[in-house]
Ligand binder design. Structure first.
Ligand SMILES: [Zn+2]
Length: 351
């Protein structure tokens, strides 16, 4: 670390690191990495995944809960539909948003409106965004952009959350992701937007692009880069192999990307999955989320980036649990982000 002017103890001492995006802190406890793991290790599946499953509601020709039939032609994919068990629903005709605040100000609530969609990527059950043809993966991201635009234009939608849960918090393996468009800008995104705006006010610079530039200078946490994006294990990463993908130029949403930038973004998304799969020798579970500008008519500048959070500790059979101290006090990790980035770049040295 000394080569980049950062103190040597960042590599060895227990420490607290600061996240400039969320304003939160993470505890890095490097010595804990040496402890013996006696916890749960889930069994690893070695069976080959089927191309088609008769009981998967997303497989071609099968019928969903709503009674709709999944398309049978590849040209009809990707496609989006309203989630059959939507957590958010649009307001009824003429319904205004209601809010409640009691006299003490302690009890407050407002009605939640929105739309939850599922985006099915491909007709084959066994593929993933990393294994479908690249042109097809680009189509998936184009559909994300279109849904962001169309839903964001609705007056009751202020924020569009696009995320993917792969083998983690997802009941279906069939390649898909979710989109929750909400009347509320998420509390996490509120904090990030506020910190990005404060940084711009103070320095005149874009926080996300400054992080990208610094990481490229330091190189230590860079996992890979291409012409438009850089992927790093952030200095303040919470999950052991968390990665963020940062655009080199300020962007607010997928709608700001031209054709070649969208291709490079798709490449980066796929390469992040491939890096995880190479390190853990198999399909690594992950949750990914795209941070974009709210659609509430506000003024935003350079707020887009992507987050990957694989819930794994040492291998894909050992899950990272956020319990006890992490659940009640603050996030904590064992190996340093610099070591995690090294192994994502050099998977052969791991294990
Ligand atoms: Zn399926």
């Amino acid at each position: 670390m000394s080569k980049i002017g950062q103190p040597h103890w960042l590599g060895t001492a227990n420490q607290f690191r600061f996240n400039p995006l969320t304003g939160e802190k993470v505890q890095v406890s490097t010595e804990r990495l040496l402890r013996t793991w006696g916890g749960e290790v889930s069994a690893r599946s070695t069976k080959k995944n089927a191309e088609y499953l008769p009981d998967c509601p997303f497989c071609p020709g099968n019928i969903r809960e709503s009674g709709e039939k999944a398309p049978t032609e590849l040209s009809e994919y990707p496609y989006a539909f309203v989630n059959d068990s939507a957590a958010l629903k649009p307001p009824a005709e003429g319904e205004a948003q209601a809010s409640y605040r009691d006299d003490t100000g302690i009890y407050q609530a407002e009605t939640a409106h929105g739309v939850c969609e599922v985006i099915i990527h491909h007709l084959r059950h066994d593929l993933t965004l990393a294994t479908i043809e690249r042109e097809h993966a680009v189509k998936v991201l184009k559909l994300w952009a279109n849904r962001y635009k169309e839903l964001g234009e609705r007056p009751y939608i202020n924020y569009v959350n696009i995320f993917e849960n792969f083998l983690f918090g997802s009941s279906m393996r069939h390649p898909h992701n979710q989109l929750w468009a909400s009347s509320l800008v998420s509390p996490i995104q509120e904090k990030i937007l506020s910190n990005i705006a404060a940084y711009k006010e103070k320095t005149g610079k874009h926080l996300i692009q400054t992080i990208a530039e610094e990481e490229l200078k330091q190189q230590e946490r860079v996992v890979f880069e291409n012409g438009d994006f850089v992927a790093v294990v952030p200095f303040w990463a919470v999950w052991p192999f968390e990665m963020i993908i940062l655009p080199r130029k300020p962007k607010n949403s997928l709608l700001d990307l031209n054709e070649s930038e969208l291709l490079n973004f798709t490449d980066a998304y796929v390469l992040a999955i491939e890096k995880l799969n190479a390190l853990f020798v198999g399909d690594c579970p992950y949750s990914s989320g795209l941070y974009q500008a709210p659609t509430n008519g506000g003024d935003y500048d350079g707020v887009m980036y992507l987050m990957f959070r694989p819930p794994v500790l040492h291998d894909i059979r050992t899950m990272k649990w956020m319990v006890g101290y992490e659940l009640m006090s603050m996030s904590q990790r064992d190996l340093t982000p610099e070591v995690a980035a090294f192994f994502l770049r050099n998977p052969d040295g791991w294990g």
